[in-house]
Design a protein around this ligand. Structure first.
Ligand code: MG
Length: 390
């Protein structure tokens, strides 16, 4: 028999935030769906998903259709937030019919993050302790460097913007950066290789360099030809070289590439990630906390990855809620060497900058462990009220 909940979930809100006239370039941080879970004593935990906010809201607040197709709000009300893994299972069972992947798992992810925040607040403990405790003293974020889609600009213009962002990232204290080279037809493969080698020259030898190719190639041999010529650039990780679901091509690429091969930023659940590990033979998995199933699922993914000698470097392009959750994940996860950061100083965005307050300063490439209970953040309620969509 279950013990009665110490302080059960009393309410679940799904709040759509939207900032007009701020639509980004491959960046949806002008909109988010915040899930707020409140307990009977008024404590609140928050999570979010990086997915169409109005649709995700409906998956949270919808009426139950039948046992396998329930609204997440209906499932979670009355549950004890501390029972994180069991609650994750209950949400999975209750959304079996329409959930499992895609928007269903995105919505579940947001609620799972909110439950971690609330459980930590109830216990007065940081969320990383709910994940088993810290296995490191400091965190290592990397700065995503994204000059934007070409949109009529030349390769020279894109590289000038890339170099401007390199300098800014180093000024902010980062010692790891990811160069996005999503150049499309603006650059030939030869020009792209020269651009990355130039990027390494600009950064110097001591900065960790990741490269995101943005699904450039359709055949692994074309990717292999370019990656082979990047040996001198000392690239830590090559991300998204092939099409997202080309896991067999990814496995072949990994046998010849001179750097770690990563992928799976759209992969959901441990089951899809297993395919990337076993068939795709990736070195690094890159699922997103707010899309793969939340902290509960990403920890499972990381444990499976560790058994195969694979690392996890989660994707994350949303607001400070996701950033905070990533920090707790890295704190508790030995095979998570880096976490992605779209820093508000590099990518100005109202929600990214203001929803959860200012970023902790980075020193010599590192951040301290988060403090404060739960995810360790508080929403700026004035921002929530200003931008919420009824
Ligand atoms: Mg990417």
């Amino acid at each position: 028999m279950n013990p009665s909940p110490a302080c059960p979930v009393a309410d679940v809100e799904a709040i759509v935030l939207h900032v007009a006239d701020e639509a980004g370039d491959l960046d949806a941080s002008h909109e988010t769906i915040v899930v707020r879970v409140t307990d009977a004593e008024g404590r609140a935990g928050v999570g979010e998903a990086d997915a169409p906010a109005r649709v995700v809201r409906e998956l949270v607040v919808m009426d139950d259709l039948f046992e396998w197709s329930r609204g997440l709000r209906s499932i979670v009300i009355g549950l004890d937030p501390i029972e994180l893994a069991a609650n994750h299972r209950r949400m999975g069972d209750g959304t079996l019919y329409h959930g499992r992947r895609g928007l269903g798992i995105h919505a579940l992810s947001a609620v799972d993050l909110a439950l971690h925040d609330l459980a930590g607040k109830q216990l007065g403990r940081p969320a990383y302790q709910l994940l088993g405790g810290a296995v490191r003293d400091t965190l290592i974020p990397y700065a995503t460097i994204w000059p934007g889609s070409p949109d009529g600009r030349s390769l020279t213009e894109l590289l000038t913007e890339t170099e401007r962002q390199f300098a800014l990232a180093l000024d902010l204290g980062f010692r790891a950066v990811k160069m996005e080279v999503v150049y499309g037809a603006v650059a030939s493969d030869d020009e792209l290789v020269r651009a990355v080698l130039h990027g390494r020259d600009v950064l110097g030898p001591d900065v960790c360099l990741l490269v995101d190719f943005g699904y450039r190639w359709h055949h692994w041999r074309d990717a292999a030809r370019a990656l082979a010529r990047l040996g001198d650039a000392d690239v830590f990780l090559a991300e998204a070289a092939l099409q997202h679901d080309d896991v067999d091509g990814t496995a072949r690429l990994g046998t010849v590439a001179p750097m770690r091969i990563g992928g799976g930023e759209f992969a959901a659940t441990v089951h899809e990630c297993r395919d990337w590990i076993e068939r795709g033979q990736v070195d690094v998995l890159q699922p997103d906390l707010n899309r793969c199933g939340g902290l509960t699922e990403l920890r499972r993914i990381a444990e499976l990855a560790a058994l195969h000698g694979v690392e996890v470097v989660p994707h994350g392009w949303k607001t400070g809620i996701t950033v905070a959750a990533q920090r707790h994940f890295q704190a508790a996860t030995a095979n998570c060497p880096l976490i992605e950061t779209c820093h508000p100083a590099l990518f100005p965005s109202t929600l990214r900058s203001l929803l959860t307050g200012s970023e902790a300063p980075i020193e010599a490439g590192r951040l301290p462990l988060p403090t404060g209970p739960g995810l360790g953040i508080e929403l700026d309620e004035a921002i929530v009220e200003r931008h919420r969509i009824a």
